[in-house]
Design a protein around this ligand. Structure first.
Ligand code: NAD
Ligand code: GLY
Length: 358
């Protein structure tokens, strides 16, 4: 097992990464030290992993809340159902939630923990690659609103993150590849060396080789922890973690949530951001080509879907949490490994990028 710390003073916590951690009862039990435990998971993950996690809490008051599977259920309605279940089971404020699943489960369960009786503790047990490298770390919790993704939520840090590498073995190839998009993101925004490593080791990662996977998850978590440790509430630096996301969220919302996976939309979004960075004279054409090749090698999309025209993209991009004083800020690249958050561009630059990324 290897561990990374998210340094947030008295709310600091560890991310534990390793094979077989779901069977480490001591670790699980110590990470969620409450008498009442609600495991929030979904109908796909429950038959695979719920019993193993519940076994770690034998002798305590354990309830499992099973959500339907899908981004379309990350809503107020299903959040309300979790809160109702907590109340029906008379869970007190010192109870804890264990979020067992991908980013959808982690986001909605974390938000329930953030608001139940004004806040209770929770831990994250991420079971997708995307959740292990991104959504379980950093304390962003949310549900979707019909008018925008993740528009209702809260910052609420978990007490711990426990990533069992073996859970990735049961992940569908498409879901696994979507997680790789966020891994590539970390290299692009923060660490050129890691990006080069990814270019050289993508075959091993696609084969889910444990050594490559451990390095990719650990380095991704280190970068995220470093960024979140400096800017927990996204007053500045943290926005770089959203490279490709403004374009990506527009694709997800425009096509209807669940049509493209989040990671797929982010992949195309990162390519669009790279095109725009090149048009602004910041990024070499070779780097754009290289990124497109890396993304394509993962089997991820490099272009915006044809049925979303520029008007539709701009409409959805306008509903973005990075809008300040009416100005849409975008995360762009000044080099591989260096991201810039800027509103210093002309509408024509954005328009050209949306055209180029087809
Ligand atoms: P997901 O949670 O929908 O999981 C993907 C699919 O894999 C689902 O069908 C799920 O049931 C299944 N699954 C999960 N673990 C499995 C396993 N081990 N074996 C087999 N199947 C498994 O999707 P995701 O990609 O994990 O997360 C996407 C969500 O995360 C989006 O809602 C996105 O907005 C959110 N997100 C949040 C943050 C954040 O900082 N909070 C960051 C990135 C993404
Ligand atoms: N996934 C973006 C963030 O956590 O800030």
């Amino acid at each position: 097992m290897t561990s990374v710390t998210v340094n947030l003073a008295d709310r600091s916590y560890a991310i534990h990464i390793g094979p077989g951690l779901l069977d480490n009862h001591e670790l699980l039990a110590a990470s969620a030290p409450a008498r009442q435990i609600m495991i929030v998971t979904n109908e796909t993950i429950a038959p695979l992993y719920q019993a193993r996690v519940a076994a770690a809490f034998a002798g305590r008051d354990v309830v499992t809340h099973v959500l339907p599977d899908g981004e379309q259920y990350k809503t107020m309605e299903y959040l309300q159902a979790i809160l109702t279940s907590l109340l029906e089971h008379r869970f007190a404020r010192d109870a804890m939630i264990v979020a067992l699943g991908g980013g959808v489960v982690g986001d909605i369960a974390g938000f329930a923990a953030a608001i139940y009786q004004r806040g209770m503790d929770f831990i994250q047990i991420p079971t997708t690659l995307l959740a292990q490298v991104d959504s379980s770390v950093g304390g962003k919790t949310a549900v979707n609103h019909p008018l925008g993704k993740n528009m209702v939520g809260a910052f609420h840090q978990p007490l711990a993150v426990i990533s069992d590498l073996q859970t990735v073995d049961t992940l569908a190839p498409r879901e696994y590849r979507a997680g790789l998009a966020e891994v590539i993101k970390y290299g692009l925004i923060y660490d050129q060396t890691f990006y080069l490593w990814l270019q050289q080791n993508m075959a091993a990662l696609l084969a889910r080789e444990p050594a490559a996977l451990t390095h990719a998850i650990r380095r991704s978590c280190e970068i995220k922890a470093e960024v979140v440790g400096q800017d927990e509430r996204e007053n500045g630096l943290r926005a770089i973690l959203n490279l490709g996301h403004t374009f990506g969220h527009a694709i997800e919302a425009g096509l209807g949530y669940g049509t493209w996976l989040h990671g797929e939309a982010v992949a195309a979004g990162m390519c669009a951001a790279a095109h725009m960075s090149h048009q602004l004279g910041w990024l070499d054409g070779e780097d754009v080509t290289g990124l497109n090749a890396l993304v394509a090698a993962c089997g991820l999309p490099t272009t915006i879907p044809a049925d979303l025209d520029e008007r539709a993209m701009l409409k959805y991009m306008a509903v973005d949490k990075k809008v300040r004083q009416g100005q849409l800020r975008l995360v762009l690249l000044s080099a591989i490994g260096r991201a810039v958050v800027t509103s210093d561009y002309q509408p024509a630059d954005l328009s050209a990028a949306l055209q180029a990324c087809r």
